[in-house]
Design a protein around this ligand. Sequence first.
Ligand SMILES: C[S@@+](CC[C@H](N)C(=O)[O-])C[C@H]1O[C@@H](n2cnc3c(N)ncnc32)[C@H](O)[C@@H]1O
Length: 426
Amino acid sequence: MIPSTQQAGSLPAPDPDAAARSQRLVDAIAADCAAAGGWLSFDRFMERALYTPGLGYYSGANVKFGTSPRDGSDFVTAPELSPFFARTVARVVAPALAASATDEILEFGAGSGRLAGDLLAVLDRDAPGRCRRYTVVELSGELRERQRQTIARLAPEALSRVVWLDALPPRFDGVVLGNEVLDAMPVRLFARREGVWQERGIAVDAASGRLAWQDRAVPAADLPEQLQRVPGRHDYLTETHEAAGGFVRTVATMLGRGAALLFDYGFPAREYYHAQRDGGTLMCHYRHRSHDAPLFLPGLQDITAHVDFTFVAEAAVAAGASLYGYTSQARFLLDAGILDALAALDPSDAARYLPAANAVQKLLSEAEMGELFKVIAFGKGLPDGLPVFDRGDRSWMLDAQPDDAADDASDDGEPAPRSPGDAHAV
Ligand SMILES: C[S@@+](CC[C@H](N)C(=O)[O-])C[C@H]1O[C@@H](n2cnc3c(N)ncnc32)[C@H](O)[C@@H]1O
């Protein structure tokens, strides 16, 4: 997703059906809140807002992925932006399958099915027989149907080799892929005021009946270890990533032989928990505009948090995997040969070449997806790891040493930290 920040109050109003769906979800969340004694942790709220069957953002009827607000979508992801993303990923996946003597791919959260469709089409063309089975693990039934249609359009011959699962197999040998899946996993929110951490959650505001922020005391012994990385004692709001950590541990445990490649936006811990990033990274996406009010229209907007890649790497290694590499999306795509893939197009065919080159530029540009987005790879049984990381690996940056130097130069091209602001009802 490429952010362009906006105030929630100036966002376009939903149609009456969508507004009614959102209100049903608010009522369900308010009932959960009452059942839980009047307070819900933010990760419970986020899970409900994104994944409540029929009403949650990913489980409901929203268009979600697309290139413009005109198609009713809210954000664009790398596979949606350009088929050259999948074509380049194929240049890493095919050798990884060969090196691990495996022939299966497993993709988490396949969105519209674009990555699966483009990847299967190019693998069947350039490495026939290399992918015998493509498994999608998807939480949303609505998205499964969309994925089936996309794959039928982009790689019709491969459709019979695609299977959908609700739960993970106990063991998987092959290549695991996930694009922007970690950022869609629920996070907990913590606010430090006058040196004391409290957990920020949701309550129902008695006067207005609306969902509102409420902070709650947490015994020091129960605070997540990630918070120990926050420097100083100044006021600070941030997230912790229990769901993403659990997910990565499960994937690393499940992987018998092969590699997992996860693409997402985020930072190493020392940048994530930087002294100046005192407003956290929570962000919402609605009609291609980004804002920082997650209680706005639950179920109709995406809610995300950046990824702490140090935490991801530690979870994978703790579960027995080796870290194969970590770098920016631009470095990964360039080293995997995206420009060679683009060179297959005839530059004199301006009608095809220019839009393709423009989209590739967005994938690589520091100001768009090139630097903020990262790739992390871990796995088992590949003695040489993944050669695509030989030149541009930045795993050394994952060292968790907190960096409280306020003027520390980040090489991530990240805009100034944002602040979700004070507690308020929406
Ligand atoms: C931001 S979308 C990205 C979709 C797609 N990968 C793309 O790049 O366009 C996040 C996706 O992750 C899925 N997701 C979140 N948690 C998941 C989990 N634990 N297992 C499988 N999918 C998950 C969501 O249902 C959704 O399809």
